[in-house]
Each structure stands twice: as structure tokens, then as C-alpha cells.
Design a protein around this ligand. Structure first.
Ligand code: HEM
Length: 159
């Protein structure tokens, strides 16, 4: 949650500085966002070290009724929703082709995002297996659901 809040601040500052044509400043914030996205990847791998037995016995039940609302998902997480709706959508509307240094950094940001999704799929596959359904959908496996969201987010970001 803290990492996502840091990403929101970095991405909003990036958008703000870029819109004021303060390109060097904007690069600093984009760099911060890359570091935080790398931290996301590492945090997810770290979570994967939790034992599957403990996850199934202690964590998963807390994500299902009666403790949580039905169809509990990271998608319901307000900070994450804010990041997608306010930051990613605004960035997706920007065009960096006239600013090659920013475009290059932006490509690195996209790579770090793809790696974070890879780690998310890893931790999910480890706990529920690659074929097990998500708590929200019977149609796709949980890992396939994450892949689906990766593609949606990359589409928004034109990555
Ligand atoms: C390590 C802790 C975890 C965090 C912080 C986390 C966070 C999130 C977030 C923020 C999303 C929204 C992604 C997006 O909009 O692009 C999401 C979606 C999702 N996550 Fe996780 N997640 C974690 C662990 C897991 C695990 C272990 C599974 C395995 C079942 C999993 C399965 C999913 C699925 C299937 C989705 C897609 C939406 C849905 O069907 O609910 N996640 N997660």
C-alpha cells in the first residue's frame, strides 16, 4: 500500500513537471516511479516466500466472505484504483516522441511494470497454482486474470 502511495506521488509530480515543460525535474520523478515499481516487484517476490500452508489457512479465508465482501480483489483497493484512474490514464494521454530522453526512461518504466506483473503472477501461481480460479472469476485462472489486467494497463499506458 505504501509503495502504491509513493507511486501515485511520483507519477503525479512527473505529470505536473512535464506539463510545465520542466523536463529535467520530470525525469527525476519518473526515475522515482521506476525505483518504486522495482520495489513492487521485489515486495511481491518477498511475499511469495510466505508458506503456502499459512497462506491457505490464514490469509485466503480473510479474503472471502464472511470476513471480506464477495469477489474481494486488489481491484477494490482505493489507492490502486486512484493510481490507475488518475495517474495511468493521464500519462497514457501524453506523447513523448519529441523528447527521446523521456521516452527512453518511460520505456524503462514500462519494463519495470511488466516485471511487477510477472512477480504478481509468480506469487499467485505459487499459492493457488497456475490453473486455479480467481476469487472473482470462474472463466479464467487467477494467473490468467492477472495477465489480462497487465494487458489492459499496458494499453492505457501505450506500453
Ligand atoms: C502479495 C500480495 C498481493 C498484492 C499486494 C496484490 C495486489 C493486487 C492488485 C493491486 C491488483 C489489481 C491489479 C490491476 O489492476 O492491474 C490485483 C489483482 C489480482 N490479484 Fe493480486 N495481489 C497479491 C497477491 C495475489 C495472490 C497471491 C493472488 C493469487 C490468487 C492474486 C491474484 C490476483 C488476481 C486474480 C487479480 C486480478 C483481479 C481479480 O481477479 O481479483 N494476487 N492484486
Amino acid at each position: 500500500m505504501i509503495i502504491i502511495q509513493g507511486l501515485i506521488i511520483s507519477l503525479q509530480c512527473f505529470i505536473f513537471e512535464y506539463s510545465k515543460k520542466k523536463f529535467l525535474q520530470s525525469l527525476l520523478y519518473l526515475n522515482n516511479a521506476i525505483k518504486l515499481m522495482k520495489a513492487t516487484e521485489v515486495a511481491l517476490y518477498y511475499t511469495g516466500e510466505f508458506s503456502s500452508k499459512s497462506y491457505n489457512e490464514n490469509v485466503r479465508p480473510t479474503l472471502m466472505p464472511p470476513i471480506s465482501q464477495p469477489e474481494m480483489s486488489g481491484l477494490n483497493w482505493r489507492d490502486h484504483q486512484f493510481m490507475v484512474k488518475n495517474c495511468m490514464r493521464s500519462i497514457g494521454k501524453l506523447n513523448f516522441t519529441s523528447y527521446p530522453i523521456i521516452q527512453k526512461k518511460y520505456n524503462i518504466f514500462i519494463i519495470s511494470l511488466k516485471k511487477a506483473y510477472h512477480a504478481h503472477k509468480y506469487v499467485c501461481g505459487k499459492f493457488v497454482g497456475p490453473a486455479s480460479g480467481s476469487l472473482r472469476s470462474n472463466e479464467y485462472s487467477a494467473v490468467q486474470e492477472i495477465e489480462k489486467f497487465k494487458k489492459l494497463r499496458l494499453k492505457i499506458l501505450k506500453g
